[in-house]
Write a protein that binds this ligand. Structure first.
Ligand SMILES: Nc1nc2c(ncn2[C@@H]2O[C@H](COP(=O)(O)OP(=O)(O)O)[C@@H](O)[C@H]2O)c(=O)[nH]1
Ligand SMILES: Nc1ncnc2c1ncn2[C@@H]1O[C@H](COP(=O)(O)OP(=O)(O)O)[C@@H](O)[C@H]1O
Length: 189
């Protein structure tokens, strides 16, 4: 059965790290989404995101799109269907608004993983990752960042909440979850 793992939570909480782990350890590839945010050092166009100008962003056809800390982000049905054509289990990194939209569109297929972590540690991680203090400040103050620190009421009892303070523990939780879902889908066959 097809599955879509949605990795969500505030900036810096570990969504991208988890998505890479799901690929490396469990062969679950991530769907690439589109954004107008400037490329960060080390990010690759067509790998981390499709980096767009506001004009090119508007030309795509999105299942959903959001604004996050001043930039646009969007994901397409085409991207999902292309990924599902190659792999039954795929992942996507979304803000919580996107996670809610996907849950409504694909209630049976979505598995939502909401990541949390100690807030002080989160600020430190973001400081370490950021090369632009002004951009970081804008992000931390954005209503979207503040909103995504907590599980939204619409996702209550709909998400696996994983604390990512400790990477070894996170890997263990993810492995257990994947194993459980594999067992369930095996019994359904
Ligand atoms: N709804 C939605 N959110 C997205 C999409 N692409 C990325 N995001 C989310 O947008 C937010 C900002 O992403 P980014 O600028 O890469 O910052 P990060 O959270 O620090 O990695 C994160 O919560 C991403 O999960 C998308 O296509 N749709
Ligand atoms: N459990 C962890 N312990 C320590 N550092 C972590 C952990 N998980 C992620 N990181 C680091 O924190 C930073 C933010 O993680 P990232 O996956 O980019 O978050 P997000 O995609 O949610 O913004 C990265 O530098 C990453 O290497």
């Amino acid at each position: 059965m097809k599955k879509l793992f949605i990795l969500t939570g505030a900036s810096g909480v570990g969504k991208t790290t988890v998505s890479r782990y799901l690929l490396q350890k469990h062969h679950i590839p991530a769907i690439i989404t589109h954004t107008t945010r400037p490329q960060r050092l080390g990010e690759v166009d067509g790998v981390d995101y499709y980096f767009e100008t506001p004009t090119s962003f508007a030309q795509n056809n999105y299942l959903e799109q959001v604004q996050y800390a001043g930039y646009l982000y969007g994901s397409s049905v085409e991207g999902l269907n292309k990924s599902w054509a190659k792999n039954d289990w795929v992942s996507i990194v979304l803000d919580t608004a996107g996670a809610i939209t996907y849950k409504q569109h694909y209630p049976k297929e979505t598995v939502i993983i909401f990541l949390t972590m100690d807030i002080k540690e989160l600020y430190q991680r973001l400081q370490l990752r950021s090369d632009d203090q002004q951009a970081l400040k804008q992000r931390l103050n954005s209503p979207e960042f503040q909103r995504d620190l907590h599980l939204p009421p619409d996702l209550k009892n709909q998400a696996y909440v994983i604390n990512n303070d400790n990477w070894l523990q996170t890997q263990k939780r993810l492995d257990q979850l994947i194993q459980r879902l594999k067992t369930i889908s095996h019994h359904k066959k």
